[in-house]
Design a protein around this ligand. Sequence first.
Ligand SMILES: [Zn+2]
Length: 156
Amino acid sequence: MDLKLSFHPEFCQDTLCHSDTALRCGLDNTCPPELLENLSRLSALLGDIQRSLNIRSGALKINSGFRAHALNEKVGGVPNSQHCMGLAADLVCPEFGSPCDLALAIAQLPCEFDQLILEFGKWVHVSAAPLGKIPRRECLSIFNKDEGYLEGIVKR
Ligand SMILES: [Zn+2]
């Protein structure tokens, strides 16, 4: 199989698989070959967001991208997280504004995200749709686990 995968230079495989927690705990967080296509689509989505919002190179920070299952458990991620499929990234961009500002701005873009979630007011979770699925452009917020997910990007 000759699969040509392209990554946005800034959101390359290393960046999307980097995890301080994995390094600290000695967990292998390499993206398996069968998920690299997902990861490259996530990379393109992030590149799109960066360009559309005129965010300067290097300013969009990825707190968490791909997570192998062991890492996902370690960080308390939901099972079946889109992070484990190489489809999701958690972002912050202090230069642009608060996580809420960033989420509201991404929600206005015509780009093809699957889910956009303002998580605990601290970061923005964005995902690409699985291959062959139509991006849902679903916008949610969560502030605490008891309250659960709220519709839309909610400012608090
Ligand atoms: Zn996330």
